[in-house]
Design a protein. Structure first.
Length: 339
């Protein structure tokens, strides 16, 4: 099961208490204070672990608690520090404080981490308070409580290319053709019910990561169909590949193209501003050439014709994707240098 959101509670360990103790030895009748400090409580960390690609492992465990610090002891023995807890999540996970509604960190890179709950400091033993005026202090301090937080975790998959289009436009068939990913393919809408990542290999050791999300329908941005729940997974992509069924059983290619772009715009204006490659799929069907000419004239942008089922035009498409990716990467690098 693909799970991309989770709510958890993190509880850091309390600090151990300081100890009140006095040195007691046979030939030293008036030993001074020797109560040790308490240990610090363990903290809770969230770590981006590339071996995970979903938050499913968090669905059965909602509370994560670090270890308590040990109490101080006589003979100036320091209490043991509590054990830290590390929660693994997929890279691309956004960590929010659920109570405050603020983003604590976007764990966008592998091995990124954040301390989400700090352990309490250990209390001070009475040896800590000895001085020239008070040589036999009889008090120690309690350990401080660990931090408690309610967190909302949201995963946004990290891919170079996002596939968008209406249900049954052929996105899953294309991903199967281009990569080792095996999304379900069938002749009914919403065959894809969760995002699927695939690595597309080109010549000369070139590669890029492509993500397929469930098909979008009109009203997806407001919760219709499955699209709204997964649109977040194309927000991180560098470019979009818009797959259009050039011979749909119902509807019109031009109208379908506009519906999808409207849904992207309604969900997030930045999505529709991403570089977009428009692909006319199912060119193996009758009337596809006639529909393609009308489609090109209507939308006024370059269109790449393919047949994902037969494999026609895929080399042209992947080279175009690679070219646009490189151009987009160069622009991003220039923008960073200009800051």
């Amino acid at each position: 099961m693909f799970i991309d959101e989770a709510d958890i509670v993190v509880i850091a360990g309390d600090g151990g208490d300081g100890c009140v103790s006095f040195r007691r030895e046979k030939y030293i009748p008036r030993g001074g204070p020797d109560g040790g400090d308490g240990g610090d409580g363990g903290s809770v960390y969230i770590v981006a672990d590339p071996s995970y690609n979903t938050l499913q492992h968090l669905s059965g465990k909602h509370t994560w608690k670090a270890g308590r610090g040990g109490n101080g002891e006589g003979k100036n023995r320091h209490g043991k520090n509590g054990n830290d807890v590390f929660i693994p999540v997929p890279p691309g996970t956004i960590v929010r404080d659920a109570d405050l509604g603020v983003v604590l960190k976007d764990l966008s890179q592998p091995n990124d981490q954040i301390c989400v709950a700090k352990g309490g400091k250990g209390g001070k033993g009475n040896a800590h308070f000895a001085n020239a005026v008070n040589q036999t202090p009889r008090h120690a301090t309690k350990g401080q409580p660990g931090q408690v937080r309610h967190l909302h975790l949201e995963l946004k998959l990290i891919a170079d290319v996002g596939l968008v289009g209406k249900p049954n436009a052929g996105k899953s068939t294309l991903l199967r053709r281009l990569s080792a990913a095996r999304p379900k393919v069938a002749e009914y809408p919403f065959t894809t019910v969760e995002p699927v990542l695939g690595i597309v290999e080109l010549s000369d050791d070139r590669r890029f990561v492509m993500v397929d999300i469930p098909g979008l329908i009109e009203g997806a941005h407001a919760g219709a169909g499955l699209g709204e729940a997964f649109l977040r997974h194309i927000e991180r992509t560098k470019i979009l590949v818009h797959i259009v069924d050039i011979c749909p059983l119902d509807g019109d290619p031009v109208e379908n193209y506009r519906i999808i772009n409207d849904e992207l715009r309604f969900y997030s204006p930045t999505l529709v501003e991403k570089p977009q490659i428009v692909v006319a799929n199912k060119m193996d069907l009758t009337k596809s050439q006639e529909n393609l000419k009308r489609f090109r004239d209507a939308i006024g942008v370059d269109v790449i014709p393919i047949s994902a089922a037969r494999g026609d035009g895929l080399d042209v498409l992947t080279e175009k994707i690679w070219k646009v990716l490189q151009e987009n990467t160069s622009v991003e690098q220039d923008n960073v240098k200009g800051k």
